[in-house]
Design a protein around this ligand. Structure first.
Ligand SMILES: Cc1ncc(COP(=O)(O)O)c(C=O)c1O
Length: 376
């Protein structure tokens, strides 16, 4: 039994769902109101209140939210959107959806977020927006991007719970900011997303475009603009409301696991750890990503962790500009963004979820030390 517990596989992520979510879903099922019902505005209002944002629009995914947010600030054909190559592919894809060109700029080697100086250097007279990503939940330097005087869309898909140095929650600055609720996120609805923003007219546009371009007071089949089906169903909103209730605990547990990792991994030579909070910024913990030593092969580390220790890990994230679609469509090649490329080649996500025990963290740390040849 003891041996079994020690060798039990440790997954990368695991959502925390309980009786509250079950009850919330059952209530929606009993009500029969599965979409466009009362849980949508209830979830939006609770989410906006939690962040201190003026408005929020629930959408079917983070990707859908990014698409609608870029449309809402007017990005269209031939525009350029300056963004980070070290992100999940959706942040760049959203610009391509509108036939705009994602223009990448290199990242800060410490925070791994878009470097404001590099972003400023990438601005041209065709730049329609800056799209910073709060990568791995660490707040991007929004005040620096705001000084560029261009429209901003924030990719906050990984950053629920993050706080800027000035005390403002990520997502509450007024720019459209997009959160994601996929199953590995701080708050999950299975699939889903939320756009927060300061402008009521923008909310009206996003609410319409997520719902096939229908105006709020229009008949079912009249449409005054092009729209999509990016709605978030009431079932998902009900789960989201229950998850919001437990969010403080979920975030605290994630922070506890991260602190435990920082201690347990501190002695491993050549291993890069996530940057600690500095200058008043607070990370909303989403993943625990380390940089493996340059002397080791990442694939081999992953294989050994899995096969010899039952521990899941994943390269996270690959550089967007080096993905096949981006190479073939935009002619990108290696060497363009050296900081991003170095970080992307060494990044390894370790198991990370709120219920992770100190013992599991310890086991991952010991296994990693062993695989790197630093433990017996
Ligand atoms: C940084 C970032 N942007 C965008 C997305 C897209 O979100 P979704 O999967 O909800 O469409 C994700 C989610 O994985 C993400 O991590």
């Amino acid at each position: 039994m003891g041996v079994e517990a020690r060798t039990e596989p440790i997954p990368l992520a695991r959502p925390v769902l309980g009786e509250e979510e079950e009850r919330a879903v059952a209530e929606v099922l009993r009500s029969g109101h599965l979409s466009l019902g009362p849980r949508v505005p209830a979830f939006e209002d609770a989410f906006a209140r939690r962040l201190g944002a003026e408005h929020a629009s629930a959408v079917s995914s983070g990707t859908a939210g990014l698409h609608l947010a870029l449309r809402a600030i007017g990005v269209s054909d031939g525009d350029e959107v300056v963004t980070s190559p070290f992100s999940f592919v959706a942040s760049a894809n959203a610009a391509v959806f509108e036939r705009a060109r994602p223009v990448f700029a290199d990242i800060d080697p410490v925070t791994l977020n878009l470097d404001p100086a590099a972003a400023a250097a990438a601005v041209t007279d065709r730049t329609a927006a800056i799209l910073p990503v709060h990568i791995f939940g660490y707040p991007a330097d929004l005040p620096a991007f705001e000084r560029l005087g261009l429209p901003i869309v924030e990719d906050a898909c990984e950053a629920l719970g993050a706080v800027h140095a000035d005390g403002m929650a990520v997502g509450a600055r007024g720019h459209p900011a997009v959160f994601g609720f996929y199953a590995n996120k701080q708050l999950t609805t299975g699939e889903g997303g939320m756009v927060t923003m300061g402008d009521a007219a923008m909310k009206e546009r996003i609410d319409s475009e997520r719902n096939q371009g229908r105006a709020p007071d229009m008949g079912w089949l009249d449409h005054d603009r092009l729209g999509f089906n990016y709605r978030l169903p009431d079932l998902a909103c009900a789960i989201g409301l229950a998850q919001l209730e437990r969010l403080d605990g979920l975030l605290a547990d994630r922070a506890r696991v991260a602190a435990r990792y920082a201690e347990a991994l501190a002695g491993i030579e050549g291993l890069g750890l996530p940057c600690p909070d500095t200058g008043g910024d607070v990370r909303g913990w989403f993943v625990y990503v380390v940089q493996v030593p340059r002397s080791h092969d990442r694939d081999e580390i992953m294989r050994a962790l899995r096969d010899e220790h039952g521990i899941a890990s994943k390269p996270y994230l690959p550089a967007i500009h080096l993905m096949t679609f981006y190479r073939e469509t935009f002619g990108h090649r290696e060497g363009e963004f050296p900081v991003c490329e170095d970080v992307a080649a060494r990044s390894l996500a370790l198991p990370f979820f709120p219920q992770m025990t100190d013992g599991q963290v310890e086991r991952v740390a010991q296994a990693l030390a062993r695989v790197l040849g630093q433990a017996p």
